[in-house]
Design a protein around this ligand. Structure first.
Ligand code: NAI
Length: 352
């Protein structure tokens, strides 16, 4: 297995490339920071158009994890693994075992878990090679397993907090436009429906749309139109980069609050949202429920600690929105400033 690292990269401690001809593994582990603790973040399995795009995704996502973990108050740094999905046939077990050996070779600087394209079964294979992995089946009532329900709970609480902050009312009767009905989006719809919210939904998978429409009385719209639907909240729960200039111009909601990582297509889009009077709830603050559960599993904590930490998400969000409002600064920029400060403080403490 070949391993290379580029620790000189701007804002990252390390970038490790892994290739294993025997299994077709071709991937990258980016470590943004270990100042607060071991770099934790999931493993994405995806078809990238080229190696540069794969590397950029790893770097972007690793920094996002650093910021997310810091603001969630976790004793963890930020990292991310991305693996290129082989074009032809491949042995998934052998490929994830090779990935497990790659994680092990970093000696605990990076802790992996599920992300888009990977699941609990993959992490069990990884566990055969390294202990630096979470997202395994829960044991003895302890936190573990699929983190998506915790992510969905955190997003639901954040949506509720944002509506209350902006309009002074609750979820009952509010309309939420949910983009993406995967593990998080579906469970979010269930929770919103249970609290009396009206749902408008879209997914590229027609079966998922039909299921959510049937179960929760959701109104289905075309995937290209979901952001423009008149609603109280637009909840992006598919992939990142959704809030570009054209989408921001056509937004049908005054609040954006969803699970997807890296929702802003560029740094300018945070300002665009502010200029249009849209309350943007920073993605990594809102979607921290999953990593909170993963961290509790890895750190050996119990369900009560997970519940308390997830319940803190809406509190932190409201504080952040209030500060962004006072300072007339995009909420995402305020969150980034707070996270950078916390990481720098931890770095100084470590050096002292
Ligand atoms: P998933 O892969 O289970 O679901 C994604 C869904 O989005 C799929 O149903 C897919 O068909 C749909 N989709 C893809 N492109 C679309 C488009 N253009 N328009 C509408 N729908 C589209 O992923 P999951 O786990 O639900 O995660 C959703 C997002 O939340 C991702 O961005 C992920 O990185 C983020 N996230 C997930 C966490 C988790 O605990 N699963 C934790 C934190 C963030």
């Amino acid at each position: 297995m070949a391993r290379s690292s580029h620790p000189a990269h701007d804002l990252h401690e390390g970038l490790h490339r892994f290739e294993d001809a025997a299994t077709g593994l071709h991937g990258v582990i980016a470590i943004h920071s270990t100042a607060v603790g071991p770099a934790a973040g999931g493993c994405r399995f995806w078809s990238y158009a080229n190696p540069q795009m794969m590397m950029n995704d790893a770097l972007r996502l690793a920094q996002g994890m650093s910021f997310k973990n810091a603001l969630a108050g976790l004793p963890l740094g930020g990292g991310k693994a991305v693996i290129q999905r082989p074009a032809g046939d491949f042995d998934r077990r052998r490929l994830f075992a090779a990935f497990g050996r790659a994680v092990q070779s970093l000696g605990g600087d990076y802790v992996t878990a599920e992300d888009v394209g990977t699941g609990v079964a993959d992490m069990e294979v990884v566990r055969g090679e390294t202990r630096f992995v979470a997202g395994l089946p829960p044991q003895g009532g302890r936190p573990g397993g699929d983190p998506s329900p915790w992510t969905a709970l955190g997003v639901k609480l954040a949506i509720e907090a944002a509506i209350r902050w902006r309009h002074g009312r609750g979820l009952d009767g509010a309309t939420v436009a949910v983009q993406g009905l995967g593990a998080v989006g579906r469970d979010l719809c269930r929770r919103l429906h249970a609290e009396g919210a009206r749902l408008v939904v879209a997914d590229v998978d027609a079966g998922r749309v039909a299921e959510v429409a049937r179960l929760y009385g959701a109104r289905a719209v075309a995937a290209e139109a979901i952001h423009a639907v008149p609603a109280d909240v637009f909840a992006p729960c598919a992939l990142g980069g959704v809030l570009g200039e054209r989408v921001v111009e056509r937004l049908g909601s005054a609040i954006v609050c969803g699970a997807a990582n890296n929702q802003l297509a560029s740094v300018h889009d945070g300002q665009r949202l502010l200029d249009r009077g849209v309350t943007y709830c920073p993605d990594y603050v809102v979607n921290a429920g999953g990593i909170i559960n993963v961290a509790a599993e890895y750190l050996g904590q119990g369900a009560a600690e997970v519940e308390a930490a997830v319940a803190a998400i809406p509190v932190r969000l409201q504080q952040l929105l209030a500060r962004a409002d006072r300072e007339r600064t995009p909420a995402g920029a305020v969150a980034d400033q707070m996270a950078r400060q916390m990481i720098a403080d931890a770095g100084r403490r470590n050096a002292a």
